[in-house]
Design a protein around this ligand. Sequence first.
Ligand SMILES: [Fe+2]
Length: 576
Amino acid sequence: MRVLGVNAIYHDPSAALVVDGEVVAAAEEERFSRRKHGKRPVPFSAWELPELSMRWCLERAGLTPADVDVVAYSFDPELSKSAEDLGLHDPWDHLRTTYAQNVGGFLRSALPGIEHARLHHVPHHVAHAASAALASPFPTSSVLVLDGRGERASHLAGRYEGGRIEVFTTQELPHSLGLLYESLTEHLGFLRSSDEYKVMALASYGRPRFLEQLREHVYATGDGGFVAEIPDWTRFASRRVDDGTWGGEHADLASSVQVRLEEVLVDLARWLHERTGDRVLTMAGGIALNCVANSRIWRESGFEEVWVQPAAGDAGTSLGAALQAAAELGEPVRPMPGADLGREWDDAQLAQWLRGARVPFTTPPPERFAQDVADVLAADGVVAWFDGRSEFGPRALGHRSLLAHPGHAENLERMNDVKGREQFRPVAPMVLLDRAPEIFSDGPLPSPYMLFVHRVADAWRDRIPAAVHVDGTARIQTVDPARQPRLGATIEAFADRTGLPVVINTSLNTAGRPMVDDPRDALELFGSAPVDLLVLGPHLVRRADVFAAAGSPRPAGGAVDDPPGDAARGGEGATA
Ligand SMILES: [Fe+2]
């Protein structure tokens, strides 16, 4: 059975394809359209379908629209209530329901030939829950979903067993931890429904001095649900204009809300654990991208393992809807193989891109590749790393990443400069899986999807200062060389040179742009940002060579020397 999953209703439109129970492809529309988050999450845009990612999913599997058996859409208009009944204030909210009711027509326009497919509306939070429980490697789990909103709720607590999800309870709107956090994001001068992660980063600079007052507005109710009233934020701190300055009261407010959120999430997870006694908790929904809260849940809720869907935001609901529809129609579904579910190009295609761009490059023999890249990193060069299929979800996990040396504190600023973003934002360490326990604690290991924060061992804080956040933690990704051989070998070679089994990693994009997805995006970034080396699959492009080929002097401050004999090593060795 071929099931095309579609998320279009709120945030981060995306598509996913499940064939015979297997996740074949999943991608966010922004990676194709190059519009950050795909579209603004307003009712007027809810009709727009992720056409480019839908088409690509089918192409990837060699299918046409006529081959699709089921379209699974992650919103069920039957569950909708009017905004008034939900206590929301949006006179246009009903458009979402109307568009969802008419999605069949929009689908036929977007993908002619798809007329025969059965349309399956999957409730929004069930789609989130399936993206966690069905996509995880565990046959049984308790499942917790928290986000801004779905049809009428903002939460789901339930259990997955024997191929089906049992829903215990949902929290209806207007109570929503996601909407609370979004409202704070706006008050702090950031873009609502987009920049919530900046609030999380800012929180670690403040003290939670408003916590007591917040407890009156936000609390778990002891029955699996919660109350979340949005307070008048000006009681605590003035509305902030994002002018790049930072008042202590804003960081304190962010910290207070963050801590309160963590406390309530722990209460909700504990309630679920007491009810099920399960060993494993799976989670999704935009709130599950809050790594600090995830680690507290792991430590304090009673569950031994916590697995979070890497595309925990609404993008993941296309995948969840497809898995849920397949399961409901009797298909045994298999866990997702990893977060690398997007586009890829083979080595020859990548070389073709480089030749087409008239960029000089080398293709070292495989045994030299990691050594060459590690040389650049050890010499404090910044490396743009493009390898394999792109990631589904907001985290760069070694497929579209920007890498640098963790041993120099100023590299945090340097990475943020490349990306044109706020200096308070942390960058995250990638660490070799087998070395992680000696450096990082207080969070789950392995941690392959960068969804938890860990405490950095005292002895390591000065050794990897660029990777350590102001509060002594780091949001780590463990790298298993068996799963990511090229990246693993590179970090191993870097460790040989520096004694550090860690590199710093941030997503490969510049300010305001979606993550790099295709080779054109990678070349554009390389051409416009101070990056010393571009890794495109097995091919290496050195900034120094590009300038030499162009007959220009080398840029001042170039961190990396040309290794001798480079030309002699070049396999592909194309020149301009
Ligand atoms: Fe959602």
